[in-house]
Design a protein around this ligand. Structure first.
Ligand SMILES: [Zn+2]
Length: 417
């Protein structure tokens, strides 16, 4: 099977290169926003969506217009890649995976993609219009490099993500099946009875974050000190995100290595985040990321991730005799089954029920149901009303996003105990 894997390396551009990158980021962002505005306007006037190829041509033509000659400073393929990103953003919206595409701002994470003409040598990477940038290749790249995405985070760190393609022989996985119950107290409880404690990265970093944010808010607007304080806040946030990703990579790696079948609940994370009391803990858990990591890793190792219906009463059912304990509340960490007398640990029991429950999604496919019809009660951006949902692509990359997808936009009952 042909698989794509990204390898991310830290970049250390020089002062001049930073300046050049800023030009590329800025021009690419302008092209994206211009294309988005252009598409919206065209739809408003004609009622027909502007095609991807028309937009590509329009951006090329834009560079020759007198007031846009400066766009020629940007690498042409970088601009075209941004138009492709916009197309992807629209597709995500039409398939109900993402919100309507938004205009990009200077304050967001900046990124550009080079589909071609990049090169590698020793500890450097060549980027068109920028030059040979120093990079830390901390791990070996496997496969043929297909494109390079250069990004700058809010904390002003630069990264190059190299997407490589390679032929992979999927092995036969002989491991057992495991049920996984994700939660707030323990990040994951396995049907084997093992509990993986929640690392609570955010909670640990919060004290420092509060200090930094306070210091930031005290600085005068537009001052240099305010900018310095902003970078410190952003760096702390980035640190938390890195820790979280590290934990999830290690856990998903272990789960997929040891088990051929991983069964999890298909959680409605978007809906659950609306519960403010739990939102912080849920966001700090990264359940959706865990599911997506498990999905592609399992696939590469010959395993599979199966999801069970989010409304399946996994917590309230006894895994021994299937008795439903409707009286169970969020506070009960332990309960005794009135029918068979088994003493249950709440989470271990849930994980065992998940292991035995019927699945909702076919193997290795996104666990989304068909796109729901746009409801009339909600105010929708103009394009959404008439255009039919586009066929959902079924490559592995898409799988992760689906975990947080809310089918009808309604919050599901929260099951975070
Ligand atoms: Zn029982």
């Amino acid at each position: 099977m042909l698989v794509r894997q990204a390898f991310r390396y830290r970049l250390y551009p020089s002062g001049e290169q930073r300046h050049q990158l800023a030009v590329q980021f800025g021009h690419a962002r302008h092209a994206y926003n211009w294309a988005l505005a252009c598409r919206q306007e065209h739809y408003r006037e004609t009622g027909v969506a502007l095609s991807f190829y028309d937009l590509k041509r329009a951006v090329t033509a834009l560079k020759s217009e007198p007031d846009h000659l400066w766009l020629k400073e940007a690498d042409s393929q970088v601009l075209q890649a941004k138009v492709a990103d916009l197309e992807k953003a629209y597709k995500g919206f039409f398939t109900h995976r993402t919100d309507f595409p938004r205009f990009k701002t200077k304050k967001d994470r900046q990124s550009i993609r080079y589909p071609q003409r990049f090169r590698f040598k020793d500890n450097r990477i060549y980027l068109p219009k920028v030059g040979w940038v120093r990079a830390a290749f901390h791990r070996e790249m496997v496969g043929t490099p297909k494109n390079v995405t250069v990004s700058k985070t809010a904390a002003s760190n630069y990264y190059a993500s190299v997407q490589c393609e390679r032929e992979l022989d999927i092995p036969v996985h002989t491991g057992p099946a495991v049920g996984v119950d994700v939660g707030l107290k323990d990040l994951a409880t396995l049907s084997t009875g093992e509990k993986i404690p929640h690392p609570t990265h955010l909670r640990k970093a919060e004290k420092r974050l509060v200090q930094l944010q306070r210091s930031y808010s005290r600085k005068a607007r537009g001052s240099k000190n305010r900018e310095k304080a902003r970078v410190l806040v952003a760096r702390q946030h980035e640190h938390v995100a890195n820790c979280r990703r590290d934990t999830l990579h290690k856990l998903s790696d272990r789960l997929t290595r040891e088990n051929s079948v991983i069964r999890m609940e298909n959680l409605n994370i978007r809906g659950m985040l609306k519960n403010h009391a739990l939102a912080k803990g849920i966001a700090d858990s990264g359940w959706a990321t865990l599911v997506s990591f498990c999905q592609y890793k399992a696939m590469w190792r010959g395993g599979v991730v199966e999801q069970i219906d989010r409304f399946y009463p996994s917590t309230k059912t006894c895994h021994v005799c299937a008795y439903k304990n409707a009286a169970l509340t969020l506070k009960d960490r332990e309960w005794t089954c009135p029918q068979c007398g088994t003493v249950h640990d709440r989470d271990v029991n849930a994980a065992r029920v998940i292991l035995a429950a019927p699945t909702v999604a076919p193997r290795n496919r996104p666990a989304v149901s068909r796109p729901a019809a746009p409801s009339r009660s909600r105010t929708l951006p103009p394009e959404r009303r008439n255009v039919k949902p586009v066929e959902r692509p079924s490559d592995a990359k898409v799988v992760g996003r689906s975990a947080g997808l809310d089918e009808a936009g309604s919050p599901a009952p929260c099951k975070a105990g």
